[in-house]
Ligand binder design. Structure first.
Ligand SMILES: NC(=O)c1ccc[n+]([C@@H]2O[C@H](COP(=O)([O-])OP(=O)(O)OC[C@H]3O[C@@H](n4cnc5c(N)ncnc54)[C@H](OP(=O)(O)O)[C@@H]3O)[C@@H](O)[C@H]2O)c1
Length: 249
């Protein structure tokens, strides 16, 4: 039997990278999968997602009203929500002296407020033994130049994992996080870096990974699947590092 038969899974930021790889794995495992993202052009190019059986809906996680409508629509169409992967996020590189309000607000709005909005707006529709998985980052325990705001948001999400788990445990809902190391996704092309800077950034990061390579989105998806099933039934409020040993060795 497939591991997610009859399950309804919602993945934020699912038109790209880890969210997309997780959506594809969940479909293979028998789930009904709904993803959102913001970028209408990329979403309209996502007809292949529809062909794969993934339901695609536009919503910005930083706008609570959009998420309320998003989850209400999912409930209307699917009748329940069993799994939420709060994955949408990103950030730009800025040295300390270049940080301004716009930089802080845009990253916090998506990475922190967006995660709170996601879990809060999903809550009325969650089934009794729902699983919630948040996407943090190795940046929440590592100091990296130019990533102070992004890293702070991911430390906040690590904290939210614990708080949400303690609040939702009485309802039988488990909340865990995955903490990816450097994973090959389009995120690096969105960080306001030139091609040369991107190359330099990537090689600097990879040199600090004991396994000596970047990870693949599929290697994140399998960890999310573990947390989304009863294979992880005694794991709660925890963060799994999927980082080639970067934060441990
Ligand atoms: N790649 C890495 O090395 C790495 C490492 C650690 C943690 N992470 C985290 O992993 C998560 C996934 O990133 P990824 O690497 O897979 O990058 P990605 O390919 O750029 O995917 C990010 C996804 O989030 C969506 N998104 C961004 N802002 C959004 C918003 N306000 N509302 C709705 N959707 C939004 C994007 O779609 P639109 O732009 O169309 O909205 C896209 O679907 C992020 O939280 C990221 O911080 C990444």
């Amino acid at each position: 039997m497939k591991r997610l038969e009859n399950k309804v899974a919602v993945i934020t930021g699912g038109n790209s990278g880890m969210g997309l790889a997780t959506a594809q794995l969940f479909i293979k495992e028998g789930a009904k999968v709904i993803v959102n993202a913001r970028n209408s052009q990329r979403l309209s190019e996502s007809s292949y997602l529809v062909e794969e059986g993934i339901r695609v809906i536009q919503a910005d996680v930083s706008v609570k009203e959009e998420l309320k409508d998003f989850f209400a629509l999912i409930y209307k169409e699917f009748g329940k929500i069993d799994i939420v992967f709060a994955n949408a996020g990103g950030g730009k590189v800025r040295p300390l002296e270049m940080i301004d309000d716009e930089h802080i607000d845009s990253i916090f709005n998506t990475n922190v407020k967006g995660v709170i909005n996601t879990v809060q707006c999903a809550l009325p529709y969650l089934s009794n033994d729902a699983k919630i998985i948040l996407n943090t980052s190795v940046a929440n325990v590592k100091g990296m130049p130019g990533l102070s705001v992004y890293s702070a948001t991911k430390a906040a999400v690590r904290s939210l994992t614990r708080s949400f788990a303690s609040e939702l445990q009485p309802k039988g809902i488990r909340v865990n996080a995955i903490s990816p190391g450097p994973i090959e996704t389009p995120i690096f092309s969105k960080m306001d870096l030139t091609d040369d800077q991107q190359q330099e950034f990537a090689s600097n990061v990879v040199s600090s990974v004991p396994m000596g390579r970047t990870g693949k989105s599929e290697e994140i998806a399998t960890a999310v699947l573990f947390l989304a099933t009863n294979d992880s039934s005694y794991i709660n409020a925890f963060e799994i590092a999927v980082d080639g040993g970067m934060t441990q060795i």
